[in-house]
Ligand binder design. Structure first.
Ligand SMILES: [Zn+2]
Ligand SMILES: [Zn+2]
Length: 172
């Protein structure tokens, strides 16, 4: 048997996390991995998407670069009363990002608008109290009836980023 020889070099696949709206005017790129990915089953998300849940990638606002197009912010009513702004393409109205609780340094990027919607999988399921009954959640992913404590669930590196973000918000 000939000895197996390793050939070639190690290729580091870099995922680009680019995305955009339905009409193509808005193009954006996340410049790194998000801190965490929410699958939210709350009634607000169900109504606003017309679907059973929404997938949001939580990332620093300055890591979401708008490559083209224009966004318009819409204020959404919420059950909690905390502000929720949705950024939509001015051409076609596709919802791309959300901002919750007036926290302008944090974006919730709608994973379904990425060119590769499978690039990010949920790290947590939240507000499962209003989850549709036909959907079975995987046991391996933590899930919560309502919201949750990030400190108990997020990886350390993401918590560091989150801390830096809150510092920045305080200074602004
Ligand atoms: Zn558009
Ligand atoms: Zn929600």
């Amino acid at each position: 048997m000939p000895k197996r020889r390793r050939t070639g070099t190690i290729r580091v696949m870099t995922i680009e996390y680019k995305g955009g709206c339905a009409c193509g005017q808005v193009r954006y790129q996340m410049t790194s991995q998000p801190m965490f990915v929410h699958c939210c089953h709350c009634r607000d998300c169900q109504r606003q998407t017309g679907s059973a849940f929404v997938l949001n990638a939580l990332i620093e606002t300055d890591r979401v670069v708008l490559l083209s197009g224009e966004l318009q912010r819409f204020e959404m009513p919420t059950d909690s009363g905390r502000p929720h702004g949705i950024y939509r393409c001015t051409g076609c109205g596709t919802a791309l990002f959300s901002e919750y609780g007036g926290l302008s340094v944090l974006r919730f990027v709608r994973v379904g608008t990425l060119d590769d919607p499978m690039a990010l999988e949920p790290n947590v399921h939240i507000y499962t109290r209003s989850k549709v009954s036909w959907l079975q959640l995987p046991n391996a992913v933590p899930s919560f009836e309502a919201y949750y404590d990030a400190k108990a669930v997020w990886p350390q590196a993401s918590l560091e980023r989150r801390r830096a973000l809150f510092e920045k918000e305080k200074q602004s």
